[in-house]
Design a protein around this ligand. Structure first.
Ligand code: PLP
Length: 423
């Protein structure tokens, strides 16, 4: 059976989440498939940003405690609203910092090398910022990263085998940090199994949820994960540089923050201005300084959409969209030297498709000129993320046709095969 535009339109008609597309600023004639790098602005996120600006206008300093969203409690209020997206209790999540800063905070709090147990286990496919942070944390503790950072190898350069990770969980490992979904291939790691295996060996484990938050459901509490951290500008659509979040399992409450600041305080104590910190008794303790209120604001509106749509429904549609794209790619693009680098199984496939091609950089340029927005991942990857909240099946169909046209007519050849400054 061949897949047609009519099939796509039919799928759109039956789509329970279709109404959410109107909530977003989708540019006319542009097919935006980059929501896993920077999600689009929604009208509700815009509204909540304006409402916070207005509270500044109206209340000045008193905005900290007045208005619809008093700034002093905003990080906690939003942590509570995010908690269901990761399967956590309200006070196990705090909205604060950035992905990389939160990783620094969590490693400096939870990495406690002792005796033989001094190593950190990561993987060779993780996002560079995570690896830089881990290396610098090791150096700060006086260890040589070339010996103390173990990076699990990938067998195919795209994916990881849980068995290979578990094999590296030796009694020299103090801490494990892994991505939930790999940023290139979109592979989902089995967080439940990895957590169980780490704990059998007395190792703490944390996950970087940048590519899974807002794309798939999580059960961090049920799995017993020790900590997690993520950004809110990808699938969560809270805007460029929006404030990130972190999770600390309540069994660790009371553990002192490695990087303390006055916002680590118990809220009632903070303005006592004592030189001895009394940390919050929950995830709030891992905040550092004054929250970036304006960069937090869009998250208020964005999370409302997630609550209305439901993460289970979002995941269901996302799987349908990526499956439809995979089927179309197999049907239309067989002759052009592409290979699918993402896992094909539903339980291993995250929210995006990863197409590999030796001309990937210039194919991406040609796609952009044809108003399909992908992103390029060096050296040869094209990421395409059809997002459940605002992309349609018809757009998926159209983008594969456009890609086919670019290949058939060799339109990519008029571009240089290198990446742009921001890819
Ligand atoms: C996007 C991303 C980051 C980005 O870190 P920032 O501190 O937000 O710049 C880090 N890790 C992973 C896995 C990512 O996908």
């Amino acid at each position: 059976m061949s897949l047609t535009r009519e099939n796509a339109q039919q799928l759109d008609q039956n789509d329970q989440l279709a109404k959410f597309r109107d909530e977003f600023y989708v540019q006319d004639g542009v097919i935006y498939l980059d929501g896993n790098s920077l999600g689009l602005l929604s009208k509700r996120a815009e509204k909540s940003l304006l409402s916070i600006l207005d509270s500044w206008k109206t209340y000045g300093i008193d905005g900290w405690t007045n208005g619809e969203y008093p700034w002093f409690y905003l990080s906690e209020t939003l942590g509570k609203k995010m908690a269901p997206l990761v399967g956590a209790k309200a006070n196990e999540v705090i909205v604060s910092g950035s992905t990389t800063v939160n990783l620094h905070q969590l490693v400096s709090s939870f990495y406690e090398p002792k005796g033989k147990k001094t190593k950190i286990l990561a993987d060779e496919l993780n996002f560079p910022s995570d690896i830089y942070a881990l290396k610098s944390q090791l150096k700060l503790k006086g260890y040589d990263p070339s010996e103390h950072l173990i990076r699990v190898k990938s067998r195919d350069g795209l994916t990881l085998h849980e068995d290979d990770i578990i094999e590296k969980m030796t009694d020299e490992v103090a801490l494990i940090v892994l991505p939930s979904i790999l940023y290139r291939s979109g592979q989902i790691l089995d967080m439940k199994r990895l957590t169980e295996e780490a704990h059998k060996r007395n190792i703490l484990i944390g996950f970087d949820l940048c590519h899974s938050i807002g794309a798939i459901p999580h059960a961090l509490d049920d799995w017993g994960v020790d900590f997690a951290f993520w950004c809110n500008y990808k699938h969560i659509n809270a805007g460029p540089g929006s404030v990130a979040a972190l999770y600390v399992n309540q069994k660790h409450f009371g553990k002192r923050p490695g990087l303390a600041g006055w916002f680590s305080s118990k809220k009632e104590k903070q303005f006592d201005m004592e030189h001895t910190l009394t940390p919050a008794e929950d995830a709030g303790a891992y905040q550092i300084g004054t929250p970036h209120v304006l960069s937090t604001a869009p998250l208020i509106g964005s999370l409302e959409i997630f609550h209305e749509a439901g993460i289970e429904n979002i995941r269901k549609k996302s799987l349908q969209l990526t499956q439809f794209m995979i089927d179309l790619i197999k049907q239309e693009l067989n002759d052009y030297g592409f290979s699918l680098g993402n896992p094909l199984e539903d339980n291993k496939r995250g929210g995006h498709i990863f197409l590999e091609h030796k001309e990937a950089a210039r194919i991406c340029r040609a796609l952009k000129d044809a108003k399909v927005i992908p992103d390029f991942r060096a050296p040869n990857g094209i990421r395409l993320a059809p997002v459940a909240l605002y992309n349609t099946f018809e757009e998926v169909w159209q983008s594969v046709q456009i890609l086919k046209d670019i290949m058939e007519n060799e339109r990519y050849k008029k571009y240089e095969n290198n990446r742009e400054v921001v890819a």
